[in-house]
Design a protein around this ligand. Sequence first.
Ligand code: ZN
Length: 271
Amino acid sequence: MNCNDFSYGAYGELLDLLLETRTNLCFQDTNDGKLESSCVVLRHDIDYSPEAALRMAEFEAQRGVRSTYFLLFSSSYYNLFEVEQSSFPERLVALGHEVGLHYDVQSLEKLKRPGQHGHEELYKQAEMLSALAGKDVKSISMHNPSISGVDPYARTDFINAYDVKYIRDISYFSDSCGAWRDDFVACVQENSFPRQLQLLIHPIFWQEESRSRWATLERFHLEKVNRFGRYQQETQKLWNSHSGVMEHDRRNSAWEGLMDPNVGRGPYEPV
Ligand SMILES: [Zn+2]
């Protein structure tokens, strides 16, 4: 595997390499950290794009690979309550994957009521995600651990992806920010991965053709801009067909017509 290659082809090679002699596990299969002697706990944190997650979920399902997809309610880039995106959790489950809660400590702290320790909000989010997934959420992972400080939600009834059982007792590798650390590259070069490991992959960085992290970010941004262009047109259509808007604009056109007979304004045309 070429560590600069973020194509599905390279990801498939990595999965083949790791799973040839190791059992593939989701967090819900990990038996409270009592892991098999040779295993890969596969995890995806979805910070940006459920669409990229679904593409990866389909790619993995075709290869008989399962993973835990951790979904975030407080993302700036997607909204699990939006009609189109609300089906993502159950589609991931239908492909055989586990859906877990990706939680943002800063967001949960803001929701915390006086006198509460905040766990109530975490459980509420897990319950909402369970409803969307059609299956109980059992596992959670913290968003942005490098900038969120100490995790007040480390001890709950959920399986936590950052429990020492999954990041210290076994090896832990991540492609965070579309980059591999030296220890991962050394394992690839020497073909010497440890027997037990957790692998965190962010689907946003992986596609059919490998791209740099910056090209990926640029393309993702462009897709969002195009989507918001579509939303703008839909909103304009909705407003133009609203009877109150028609009355309002007709009245103004009539008034402007009185002032200047050459002036008249029809419904707003989308740009
Ligand atoms: Zn995250």
